[in-house]
Design a protein around this ligand. Structure first.
Ligand code: PLP
Length: 494
């Protein structure tokens, strides 16, 4: 299977090339040149297998330039070996009749980013070698929180790679910061950057394309690559857990093969929900894909009006991993909706850069609305939903998952649709103990670790050891730098 660029279909590359480059040279995103199909018989067969078995079948369809042995090794390193709690990377929990929660936070960093960032660091060095390149890979990450830690954990001590993470000094939660600055590994570096996330991201992007730095790096036998969510190597592992979730419903005899199922996804960069759409394209019987946003509701407006407009106020919400105004992966949906017309994608992306907006026709929107429903949820309703769900089911959810739950409730009220539904849960409540305690009407202690123990008592659940162990870990990184110094730091570090 080849991968083509959303902005120039005539660019066609292998999966190894697409993964090692991350983005196409003209700025387009790599997408599969056609969607491999999965039949009902295959889904039935996969429902008898464990997660690794399901992953093997799906990856084999997409990564055709890798051998079975290579895939098996990568998959067992990423999803076996107790990397995820009890070796069950994506458990499906039944909340109520016809309502299921897909818990994607049982990995090393307690957020769903682990699902992809355990896989990518294993497939990336091999992809680089397959393309005939023998340089070492240097990963630069600008993070607003969850991605940085998940990437550090994934790349830690992976041979032939180095990783440098930059986070805004005032822009991450105390727990997220602690997770990053205590990271172990010979090949990892972490820096705080003065300013907000935008300052950090802009400065890192500049380093990526700085030809002096690239040349110096090349002389040392190294090259840049990226672990951000536009890399197809991060998207495909997400397709796997959607197929797996449907298989789990069959396995648990909650549905018969072929029954329609809705999916609700708390959305920021549109990566996670796009993976659900890809699974649907493959033939998984998903019906509505419900896109849930927080107050940064640029996607809700887009789905409901056909106008994408990023010229609007930015809100720092209690679901920070969804505080995004440009959802990069939406480009891949547009490519499909436009009937794979690359010129049309180019035109819209051009308009987004130049005027901050673009619009679609009624016909294009009606194609989109066949598959999608969109809604949003305020911070106030997020807190209310956490309390409601806990009172009804004694089940604690984090702020991001609560956004999905609220939008799902609104969807049912509006559409009266009782199709069985999977709600995607993207982070452990222990990553955000204070807002959860506050939502539950409990006292909120000042100290994070006191808060965590309090949350454990209130919810009668165990604190994940990945979180509790942070309290006594050594802080390895305490450098705070200015955005303009990122280039020098990169050169010095390498
Ligand atoms: C990254 C993230 C999201 C948003 O996922 P996208 O793929 O960017 O839409 C939602 N919840 C949590 C906890 C996240 O870390």
């Amino acid at each position: 299977m080849e991968y083509i660029s959303t902005r120039n279909k005539s660019i066609s590359v292998s999966s190894a090339y697409a993964i090692s480059k991350g983005i196409s040279s003209e700025g387009g995103l790599f997408v599969p040149n056609s969607f491999p199909k999965i039949t009902n018989d295959e889904l039935t067969e996969l429902s008898l297998k464990d997660y690794e078995g399901r992953a093997k079948a799906i990856f084999a369809k997409f990564l055709t330039d890798f051998t079975n042995e290579e895939l098996e090794k990568i998959i067992s390193e990423a999803y076996g070996n107790n990397v995820f709690e009890n070796n069950i990377p994506a458990p499906l929990v039944k909340l109520d009749e016809g309502k299921y929660i897909l818990e994607l936070w049982h990995g090393p960093t307690c957020a769903f980013k682990d699902m992809a960032l355990q896989f990518l660091p294993k497939v990336l060095p091999l992809s680089v070698r397959k393309t005939g390149e023998n340089k070492k890979t240097v990963i630069l990450v600008a993070t607003s929180g969850d991605t940085g830690k998940a990437a550090l954990e994934g790349f830690s001590n992976v041979p032939d790679t180095e990783i440098i993470v930059f986070y805004p000094s005032d822009g991450v939660s105390p727990m997220q910061k602690l997770q990053m600055v205590t990271q172990t590994g010979e090949n990892v570096k972490v820096y705080a950057v003065k300013g907000n996330f935008d300052d950090t991201q802009t400065a890192v992007k500049k380093v990526f394309t700085d030809s002096d730095i690239i040349n110096t790096l090349s002389e040392k036998g190294k090259m840049f690559s990226s672990a951000n969510s536009i890399n197809i190597g991060r998207l495909l592992p997400q397709v796997v857990y959607y197929v797996s979730a449907y298989c789990s419903l069959i396995e648990n005899t909650e549905i018969k093969i072929g029954d329609p199922v809705n999916v609700v996804v708390p959305t920021g960069n549109f990566g996670n929900i796009l993976a659900a759409y890809y699974a649907k394209k493959m033939g998984v019987p998903f019906s509505k894909l419900i896109c849930a946003s927080n107050s940064n509701n640029v996607l809700t407006d887009f789905f409901n009006t056909g106008v994408y407009n990023k010229n609007r106020e930015f809100y720092a919400t209690c679901s920070p991993s969804m505080d995004i105004l440009v959802s990069s992966n939406l480009e891949r949906l547009l490519f499909e909706v436009f009937g794979r017309d690359d010129e049309c994608v180019r035109e819209k992306m051009h308009s987004l850069v130049n005027s901050g907006n673009y619009s679609l026709t009624k016909e294009q929107m009606s194609t989109i609305n066949d598959s999608f429903f969109a809604g949003w949820c305020s911070d106030e309703d997020t807190a209310k939903t956490i309390k409601d769900i806990f009172d009804s089911y004694s089940y604690a959810i984090d702020t991001h998952t609560a956004v999905a739950m609220k939008v799902y409730k609104d969807y049912i009220e509006k559409e009266k649709d009782d199709t069985k539904t999977i709600v995607v849960s993207t982070a452990s409540p222990y990553k955000f103990p204070k807002p959860i305690l506050s939502a539950l009407g409990e006292n909120v202690p000042e100290n994070e670790f006191v808060a965590i123990n309090e949350l454990s008592k209130v919810t009668k659940t165990a604190v994940p050891s990945q979180i509790s162990s942070l309290e006594h870990k050594e802080e390895r990184f305490n450098c705070v730098i200015a955005p303009k110094d990122i280039g020098d730091i990169v050169l010095k570090t390498l």
